[in-house]
Design a protein around this ligand. Structure first.
Ligand SMILES: NC(=O)c1ccc[n+]([C@@H]2O[C@H](COP(=O)([O-])OP(=O)(O)OC[C@H]3O[C@@H](n4cnc5c(N)ncnc54)[C@H](O)[C@@H]3O)[C@@H](O)[C@H]2O)c1
Ligand SMILES: [Zn+2]
Ligand SMILES: [Zn+2]
Length: 472
């Protein structure tokens, strides 16, 4: 209990912006050529200011750098402040690494938690981005499955492929790739390192850049065919896999009824997946009418609910008396609906809101299931445990083990069964990332999903770079 209290204190301190992340730095620091990494530290210049960090399992977090070859990278500066900066290109650092030349990268709803400064542990200058694909530029001597020139998609979670969690297919829970002691204290264990995310998930450099280093390339890269455009493949990296994962967590099957909270890219693709899995009625809830209208146009037969105009429970009962079999949470911890949770989050009496989960519990049919893929980071007050228990509900949650699903999903994209492009409203060059973050967060300009193109490799760019949105 003491550990939890102390972790909570750390989390709230981090949210006030005062925390120093604790990391395992390993002992014997050498690169795979046997060169001491300490002397390479000045070449690092990465997310951790040049300090070489290794996980307990020996994975180097900070990549070596090529100071002679600059690249562009999207960096976090402060809440709501993103800048495109020049950085040295990453080099192969561990023998199982690949370096990718990025062609397409996207902004995810999870990036908005960082953008707003709501998630703890992001630092000024961190390179963002965890949804990306490109061409393999170089590989370390122990990489077997990919070669320079291969076209690949990267998983947002960094898995080793060898530990107990990876052995169970729980790649997002990899035991080896996250050096954060703070996360261990907060959660009782460390989950996988993530690209371009907060330091509690490792502090790895992200893929909203021209180049990125991918540890354990054999596990975290998926070889993709050359006859499909980037936009059809990119979201295997994250949101396509996450949407499918949500329906897998809820065991959505033929004839079932599903309600989905959040008409962002994840919720919209989850609705698409529900229909592909043979669900009967699918309801999508949000308060941005343009997102609901877009979803209804892309997913035939979808029922939409605007919670600013209608009472969610009443509409659900009218369409699905007794409630849905499955409720999917695709919103996340920073969207407070009630004044009370907004006040508690603001005053750091809790880190996350229980508003959406409570609504799922309230609306779900007795004995039904809740699948939570919206991100939560800490503690909530006022969780309706009574209703959850008395109604006999189950809840499953998690960061997506992308590598578990991407082969199957790639086949479904190839056959035309799944079409991830239905979420794309904007394509822009990488330089426009600050504007892209703003419209995605503010939900202006009809924005649902932005794809950023680097222009350094294969490009599927359509229309003028900064022109009006192009709907796929
Ligand atoms: N589990 C994973 O592996 C994983 C992967 C990707 C994204 N995510 C998470 O999924 C969530 C959604 O991602 P996204 O890219 O669609 O982001 P998004 O922010 O664009 O979408 C969230 C949507 O929820 C809506 N919303 C806010 N309050 C609501 C409420 N009370 N009821 C219903 N809807 C509400 C918002 O208006 C918005 O349209 C985020 O929390 C993101 O971090 C998780
Ligand atoms: Zn994401
Ligand atoms: Zn592992």
């Amino acid at each position: 209990m003491e550990a939890v209290t102390s972790a909570m204190e750390k989390l709230t301190t981090a949210m006030k912006g005062g925390a120093k992340e604790q990391v395992d730095t390993g002992g014997n620091l050498q690169d795979f050529m046997g060169h001491p990494l300490e002397t390479n530290a000045q070449r690092s210049g990465g997310n951790l200011g040049g300090k070489v960090v290794r996980t307990g399992a020996g994975v180097t977090v900070t990549s070596n750098k090529d100071p002679d070859h600059p690249m562009r990278a999207v960096c976090w500066e402060a809440p709501r402040k993103i800048a495109v900066e020049q950085r040295p290109r990453p080099l192969i650092t561990d023998p199982t690494d690949a370096v990718l030349r990025i062609t397409s990268t996207a902004i995810c709803g999870s990036d908005l938690h960082l953008y707003l400064g709501s998630a703890p542990g992001v630092q000024k200058g961190d390179i963002l981005g965890h949804e990306f694909m490109g061409i393999v530029e170089a590989v370390g001597p122990e990489v077997r499955n990919v070669r320079p020139g291969d076209r690949v998609v990267a998983s947002f979670d960094i898995a080793c492929g060898k530990c107990r969690s990876c052995g169970h297919g729980a790649f997002s829970g990899c035991d080896s790739t996250n050096p954060s002691k703070d996360q261990e204290m907060m959660y009782g264990a460390r989950t996988a390192g993530l690209f371009g995310y907060a330091h509690v998930t490792g502090g790895y450099e992200g893929g909203q850049a021209d180049y990125v280093r991918v540890p354990f390339a054999d596990v975290n890269l998926l070889h993709v065919p050359s006859d499909l455009p980037d936009n059809k493949l990119l979201f295997l990296s994250d949101i396509m896999s996450t949407a499918w994962f949500s329906t897998d967590l809820g065991q959505v099957g033929p004839g079932m009824n599903v309600a989905i909270w959040g008409a962002g890219p994840v919720g919209l693709l989850a609705a698409h997946c529900c229909q592909v899995r043979g669900a009967d009625k699918v309801l999508l809830i949000d308060n941005h009418q343009y997102r609901l209208d877009h979803a209804a146009a892309k997913v035939p037969g979808l029922h939409t609910i605007n919670f600013d105009k209608e009472k969610v429970k009443e509409v659900i009962e009218r369409i699905l008396p007794g409630g849905p079999d499955v409720c999917i949470e695709a919103v996340g911890f920073h969207y407070c609906k009630s004044m009370i949770h907004a006040a508690m989050v603001k005053t750091l009496m809790e880190t996350d809101t229980a508003d959406i989960l409570n609504e799922c519990i309230y609306c779900c049919r007795k004995g039904g299931a809740i699948a939570c893929v919206g991100v939560y980071v800490g503690l909530v007050n006022g969780f309706n445990i009574g209703a959850f228990m008395e109604k006999g509900l189950t809840m499953k949650a998690g960061q997506t083990p992308v590598q578990k699903y991407w082969h199957q999903l790639l086949d479904m994209i190839k056959s035309g069964k799944l079409d991830p492009t239905i979420v794309i409203t904007h394509e822009m060059p990488l330089e426009d990332a600050p504007h892209a973050y703003k419209i995605f967060n503010d939900k202006t300009d009809g924005c649902i999903k932005v794809v950023l193109k680097t222009g350094v490799g294969r490009s599927d760019m359509v229309g003028p770079p900064s022109g009006p949105p192009t709907t796929a």
